[in-house]
Design a protein around this ligand. Sequence first.
Ligand SMILES: NC(=O)c1ccc[n+]([C@@H]2O[C@H](COP(=O)([O-])OP(=O)(O)OC[C@H]3O[C@@H](n4cnc5c(N)ncnc54)[C@H](O)[C@@H]3O)[C@@H](O)[C@H]2O)c1
Ligand SMILES: [Zn+2]
Length: 361
Amino acid sequence: MQTLNVDLGDRSYPIFIGKDLLNKKELVEPYIVGRQVMIVSNETVAPLYLDKVKSMFANFDVHEVILPDGEQYKNLEVLNRIFDALLMNRFERKCTLVALGGGVIGDMTGFAAACYQRGVPFIQIPTTLLAQVDSSVGGKTGVNHELGKNMIGAFHQPRCVVADTDTLNTLDDRQLSAGIAEVIKYGLIRDVPFFEWLESNMQMLLNREPTALAYAIERSCQNKAEVVAADEKEGGVRATLNLGHTFGHAIEAGTGYGKWLHGEAVGTGMLMAADLSARMGKLTEEDVHRVDNIIDGARLPTRSPVGMDYEKFMKYMTVDKKVEAGAIRFVLLESIGKAFITSDYDDALLRQTIDTHHAST
Ligand SMILES: NC(=O)c1ccc[n+]([C@@H]2O[C@H](COP(=O)([O-])OP(=O)(O)OC[C@H]3O[C@@H](n4cnc5c(N)ncnc54)[C@H](O)[C@@H]3O)[C@@H](O)[C@H]2O)c1
Ligand SMILES: [Zn+2]
């Protein structure tokens, strides 16, 4: 097992990464507050792992709430079911929520924990690659609105993160690739040696070779932990973690939540960000090819969905959280491993980027 630390003063917390962690009660017990534990999961993950996770909390008063599965349920209405369960079971302020699932469950449980009685502790048990390398770390929580992705939320850090790599065995290939998109992101924004490692080892990841996967998860969490420790509330450098997300969030909202996986949308979004960077004279064509190759090699889509034309992208990108004083703020690349943020872009070039990547059929 590897233990990494997210360094946030008195809100610091560990990330445990390894095999067979769901059998280790002693790992989570120090992080549980109160006697009451509410496990939040969904209809897909609960049949696979709920019993195991319940036994991790066997010494406590454990309840569960099982939500429907899918990004289309990451909204206020479904969130309310968590509050219903907490209140119906008379959960006190001293209690612990546990997120068991992918990023959707993690974001919703974290937000419920941020709101319930103005804030209660929670633990993340991420079960997708995407959640293990990204969403379970850093304390961003929330739900979607029809008009914009993750528009309602709060910063609320977990007490600990337990990433059991064995849970990835039940993930399908499409979900695996979606997680790899966020892994690639760390290489692109700040870690050239990792990007090069990914260029050489992509097939090992796709084959789920355990040591390669474990390395990718650790290195990703290390990158995320460093960025979050430097800028918890996204005043500056943390925004670079949104590479590809301005385009990606527009794809998710514009096609209807759940059609494209978050990681798929981010994969295409990173390609579009690289393309726009090159059109603005910041990134070389050669680097754009490397980005293209790695996204394609991870079996991620390289074209935005049919119907996502310039007007549709603009409709969603202009309500993105990264908009400031009406201007879209893009995370772009000046080289592989170096990201920058700008709202100084040429609309004609943006249009070319969108048109070039638009799937025709
Ligand atoms: N908070 C953050 O910092 C942050 C960062 C990145 C992404 N996100 C959010 O995370 C979400 C995407 O997360 P995701 O890709 O994990 O999607 P997800 O939570 O929808 O999970 C993907 C699918 O895999 C299933 N699943 C989960 N674990 C499984 C397992 N072990 N075996 C089999 N099936 C399993 C889920 O039920 C779901 O059908 C988006 O809503 C995105 O906005 C948040
Ligand atoms: Zn993301």
